[in-house]
Structures are given as structure tokens and as C-alpha cells.
Design a protein around this ligand. Sequence first.
Ligand code: HPA
Ligand code: ZN
Length: 339
Amino acid sequence: MSSMDDFIIGLPKAELHIHIEGSLEPEQMFAFAARNEVAIPYASVEEVRAAYAFGNLQDFLDIYYAGAQVLQTRQDFHDLATAYFDRAAQDGVVHAEIMFDPQTHMERGIAFAVVIEGLLSAIAQAQGRHGMSSSLILCFLRHLSEADAFAALEAAGPWLDRISAIGLDSSEVGHPPEKFARVFAAAAGHGLRLVAHAGEEGPPDYVWQALDGLHVDRIDHGNRALEDDTLVSRLAAEGMTLTVCPLSNLKLCVIDAIGDHPIDRMLDLGLRVTVNSDDPAYFGGYVADNYRAVAEARKLSKAQIATLARNSFTGAFLPEEAIAAHLARIDAYMAGQTD
Ligand code: HPA
Ligand code: ZN
């Protein structure tokens, strides 16, 4: 391991953009398929990995939703999240806000309770096992209707005090944020924080809609905001957190090469950017792999990398005191660096 690898792993960090269904590794897919007696259209782990060549977001989503079919029981959701937390802890993640897609499961007859109780037990275990704090972001699938999103919010009713935020994911183009303005307003009325994927494939206008129509606290991705200078100024002035996912951007062809990643341009523009894994089992890396990829490709300094980690706490849905304590840990870590 290079000294940069050690530096990245040792840096305390939060992960703010990870879809737990996107942490389903091919080996786990086979194990869950076998124990639940679900058929999968692949003969081997190698065949699954070979299928992970995507031309765009929709290519990925088709495979991601198919993979999620193997998740059936509370134990499956517990094991899935536990494997993620164990892996994230190795990358120096001390706080994680994990997204989940209940509609993917509810539409195939899996009760909301099965999904969330499995995830909640893994969250409690990760706190004890790794000292890692974590919370849940319930995402609405934007290719489904507003009424469907309201039904998911309704199903979540008994657990709303154990969910930190609402998110919006799935096929972006053709499903603008404003389609979900009323259900986001209802969620805000329940005291939930709000995030939305915007500007991954969709135009800058979708980022404007997420800000002014949904009143989000963070933007997931946000790459295409760079096409609109007025929007960039607004995001920078508000200190809006963007949860950027470099290896996802590469795999979903949002960028042509990792060397083209705009992470340092975003930092230079004063945007509060963070680095995240999105769907680590599908995109070839967990959070430290994402830091490493941009650090190498864009020759980031340790100070720039520390800023990315600081932003992950500043943008986290944590109490002020917890954020301050995490930032103090980064300061102490940086003070101990010799170069
Ligand atoms: N974009 C939209 N929906 C998603 C993604 C993403 O990157 N990952 C999982 N669902
Ligand atoms: Zn995502």
C-alpha cells in the first residue's frame, strides 16, 4: 500500500451516498438465491461480473433491480447491511447514511417491516461492532407514480422516527423532481430531511427543481450543475452538499475517463463536494477506492482529500456536537501528517 492509500484509509470519513441494494456482491447474490430458492439468470460469479458493463444509468438499473430479487427475508437485509458496514469500517468510515428502495421490495410482496427491521438490526450491530453510527434514507423510485411514493411513505409510518431522510432515485431523465413535490413536502412535515438524485444524467433544471421544488438538504451527484454558472454560484453560496460518486460516474458513462472527473474543479468552484461509492458491488469499489481513484487521476493533495472528508461530516444528518467531534478528529489526524 502506498502512503496515499494509508492516508485515505486512516482519514475519518462519512459515507452519504450508498444504496444498500447496490452493495450486493455477486457471491452474496448466489448465497441468497440458494438459501431462498430463487432462480438467477447467471451460471457463475464471473458471469455476473461480466454483465456489469453499462452504457448508461438504465442499463445498470435493469441489472440492479433484477439482483435485488434474491433479497427475501429480514436476515437477508440484515446480512446485506452488515457486510457493507464491515467493509466500510475497513475503509475508515465512521458514519454512514444508507439509502434503501422499499418499493423494489414491496412490489414483489416483501413487507416494509421485513426490509427495515433487517436494516435496523444491522445498524445497531455496527454501532457495537465498529463504533460506527449510521442512519437510513428511504428513497422513492422516480419511475413510479406520486401515488406509489405516498404509499411507501404511509408504509413507513410506524418507523418514521428511525428514518433520517427521504431520497429520490432510479431513472432520472423524464422523471423530474417536481413530480414528487407534494410527497416531499409531506415527508418534511414528518420531520424528515430531504435528498434527491439530480444532475447525474438529468439537466441542470432538475437540480434547480430539487432545490426550489423539493427543498432538499443535499443533492445526490449534481455533476451536470457544472453546466450552469448561476446554479454553481447558488450551490456554493448555500453550502449545499453534493454527494459525488466517481467510480459510478465512470461506470455509468457520466464521464469518459476517470482522468476527466471534475472533483477538483468542483472544489475550486467552492462546492461542498463529498466522495461516495453509490453502488459499490456494481461499480468496482467501496468508498476508499473512490477517494483513491480521484486522488490518483486528479493528483489531489492531502489537504484536498481532507476537505472532501470534512465535507462528508458537515453535510451529514448528525447533531452539531457530533459533527464538531468528527471534524476535530480530522484536524488531529492532519496535524499528525508529516508531509
Ligand atoms: N442513480 C439513480 N438511481 C440509482 C442509482 C443512481 O446512481 N443507484 C441506485 N439507484
Ligand atoms: Zn445513487
